[in-house]
Design a binder for this molecule. Structure first.
Ligand code: PAF
Length: 281
């Protein structure tokens, strides 16, 4: 397994690769789980070389406590990646190595989608994501980059980033990987007690309920019902339940048959913020 912490060493290694036009990139913030491994599997099938970054990006956290509490266990991550042997390259730089002396965000205009949902509740979050991915994309110059649909808004933002900065990279959205009870895999799940992990399947149950009712009830009715269900559940503190059109990510009041919609949830359980979403049509 090749592990690099310095950009220049990674770059030197990439220069030796025979087919540099065939690099797949899986960016992660570590605390790896089966969802990440599924992205790596897809990249391995589609590219000669796969690079996995492990980097908890400080600029995308608007809340210092959230950044400090973000789970980190590099040794465990590396042991999970051992099975891939020489098939993957791991890049785990320090903030100074990646950003240089100024660990700050660039400011982006993603056409408004950065202000919805996560953007509204986590100011500056997508500037941080856009900044760190620009640094990675410039350094690695992958052909394909892989992202889970759990962070659907992030996926749409990254597609815009690639347009704005004219990166010649395919952004590939991959299906949400779920626990048997339906809870979406997330690094944050590591902070949940067994009890909360079991009851967090509620999020997916509500999303499935929204999907079942889509078409027979309108978006406002579904939103009211799902919001109420959360308020009646003693373990959850709901931040938002929104049905949105996938291009604008604005809450939908009327449904057009020509458009695609998703339901999105952000909720706290035991102080841990979880997000999830489902395609409605
Ligand atoms: O989804 C994540 O883990 C992060 O936002 C990403 C894409 C690795 C950027 O830091």
């Amino acid at each position: 397994m090749h592990i690099f912490t310095k950009s220049k060493h990674l770059k030197a290694h990439l220069n030796l690769i025979k087919d540099p036009g065939n690099i797949g990139f899986v960016p992660t913030m570590g605390a790896l789980h089966k969802g990440h491994l599924s992205l790596i599997d897809i990249s391995l099938k589609q590219n000669k070389t796969t690079i996995v970054s492990i980097f908890v990006n400080p600029t995308q956290f608007n809340n210092k406590e959230d950044l400090n509490k973000y789970p980190r266990d590099l040794q465990k991550d590396l042991s999970l990646l051992e099975n891939f042997n020489d098939q993957i390259i791991i890049f785990c730089p320090s903030p100074g190595e990646l950003y240089g002396s100024s660990v700050t965000s660039e400011s982006f205009n993603f056409g408004g989608i950065e202000n919805e949902m996560e953007g509204a509740f986590r100011p500056g979050h997508f500037d941080g994501v856009g900044t760190v991915l620009s640094l990675f994309f410039n350094l690695i110059q992958p052909r394909n980059a892989y992202f889970g649909e759990k962070d659907f808004q992030q996926l749409q933002i990254i597609k815009k980033l690639v347009e704005i900065k004219k990166f010649d990279i395919n952004i590939i959205g991959c299906p949400i990987y779920r626990e048997p009870n339906g809870l979406a895999f997330s690094s944050r799940n590591a902070r949940l007690s067994t009890e909360s992990r079991n009851s967090a399947d509620f999020i997916y149950r509500i999303l499935k309920q929204a999907k079942e009712n889509f078409g027979t009830k309108n978006a406002i009715q579904i939103t009211e019902e799902c919001t109420k269900a959360f308020h009646n559940h003693h373990s959850f503190d709901l931040e938002y339940f929104i049905i949105a059109e996938v291009d604008t990510l604005k809450a939908a009041s009327e449904i057009k048959s020509s458009k695609k919609y998703r339901a999105f949830i952000a909720a706290f359980i035991e102080g841990v913020r979880l997000i999830d979403n489902i395609a409605l049509n």
